[in-house]
Design a protein around this ligand. Structure first.
Ligand SMILES: NC(=O)c1ccc[n+]([C@@H]2O[C@H](COP(=O)([O-])OP(=O)(O)OC[C@H]3O[C@@H](n4cnc5c(N)ncnc54)[C@H](OP(=O)(O)O)[C@@H]3O)[C@@H](O)[C@H]2O)c1
Length: 331
């Protein structure tokens, strides 16, 4: 069994990767500040703050069979990890995003589609517009340094237990409450997601098998209507009724697509529909296996219940907001 280094490990995807690696018998070291949560049982946490120059120096040159870096929005983090660890890493996974693509509208594109212009400036930023450009620059740094040993995973919408975004979880939580639930009247809109446990499992197996190259890491293409129906069928309360409200009416009522306050998560407006319609056949051929949406919904609901279903949310409609919209649309 191998020796794995997970740069992260205290939350969501990187934690799931560390858990999957340890479950498959690997020795796993996680590097994080330890403020987002704990690392999975059986792994070791090395406390380090990647914002501090030289944070990874204690690990310099140490041999690892696989390194996984989830650096979200920092080219200096990516560069310094490569600087300290690339020489003795047999395999390197960098977690990127489908936000690297310049065209977010056209469906069925693959990894050779045009990318946004990389942002190589090292100044820290939280500007959401910089997310894709920093990921492109980070991917380039990984390819330049460990290209023949590198797996680059451009993740799509990651869902399931421990998702801190409140996006996918909105729907199982809402449907489990029952009654009239507002949904976008656009059932044919593309939808595509990946369960965090499936993505993590694939990342670990790919490291073991030395899979290299760039992949869009998400599940098969579906539609918003099919995904919502599968969630409703699996966790919806008896008597739940989906009330389809036209996209124009939602927009007029101030409802945002995708995420954030007063939103309907997973709903996309026309110019963005390509982000949930990527060609993920190459990832499937390389071993990414995706469980049914119903299983993801069940796990997401458990997570929602643990957090408290009535808490303030980062995404979705509050019951009061939904009632306001229903009042205007129910006969
Ligand atoms: N969620 C999605 O749908 C989605 C979609 C596409 C791509 N992605 C990508 O998937 C990845 C998600 O990674 P994730 O789920 O593990 O979550 P994350 O929020 O990106 O956190 C990753 C890890 O970084 C650590 N960290 C944060 N600040 C740090 C610092 N200053 N020094 C050292 N470690 C630090 C965190 O631990 P501590 O806070 O404990 O230090 C945590 O373990 C990201 O690359 C993201 O861009 C996500």
């Amino acid at each position: 069994m191998g020796r794995w280094l997970v740069l992260g490990g205290t939350r969501f995807l990187s934690r799931a990767v560390a858990a999957a690696a340890v479950a498959r018998g690997h020795e796993v070291v996680c590097v994080a500040r330890g403020v987002s949560g704990g690392v999975p049982d059986g792994t070791k946490l090395l406390v380090a703050d990647r914002d501090v120059p030289g944070a990874l120096e204690p690990l310099r040159g140490e041999p690892f069979d696989a390194v996984v870096d989830v650096a979200r929005m920092s080219l200096p983090w990516v560069r310094s990890a490569l600087h300290a660890l690339a020489v003795n890493a047999a395999h390197w996974t960098f977690i990127s995003t489908i936000n690297v693509y310049a065209d977010s509208t056209t469906p069925d594109q693959g990894v050779d589609a045009t990318l946004v212009v990389p942002r190589t400036d090292d100044t820290p930023t939280e500007d959401p517009e910089a997310y894709g450009p920093i990921k492109v620059a980070s991917e380039n740094a990984v390819r330049d340094t460990v290209g023949p040993r590198a797996l680059i995973v451009r993740s799509g919408l990651i869902c399931g237990p421990d998702d801190g975004s409140d996006r996918f979880g909105y729907w199982p939580n809402r449907f489990a409450r029952g009654g009239h639930a507002v949904v976008p009247a656009d059932p044919g809109q593309p939808a595509q997601l990946v369960d965090v446990r499936d993505l993590a499992d694939w990342i670990v197996r790919s490291g073991e098998e030395h899979v290299v190259g760039t992949f869009d890491g998400s599940g098969p293409r579906s539609t918003l209507g099919a995904v919502l129906d599968e969630i409703a069928d699996s966790v919806g309360a008896a008597g739940l009724e989906q009330v389809a409200v036209a996209p124009e009416a939602l927009t007029a009522a101030g409802v945002q697509p995708w995420s954030g306050p007063r939103s309907l998560p997973l709903w996309l407006t026309g110019s963005d529909v390509g982000i949930l319609a990527r060609n993920t056949a190459p990832a499937a051929a390389a071993g990414l296996r995706c469980r049914p949406v119903a299983e993801t919904a069940g796990a997401a609901l458990e997570h929602e219940r643990a957090l408290g279903p009535d808490r303030p949310r980062r995404a979705g409609l509050t019951p009061a907001e939904e009632s306001e919209i229903l009042a205007a649309h129910l006969p």
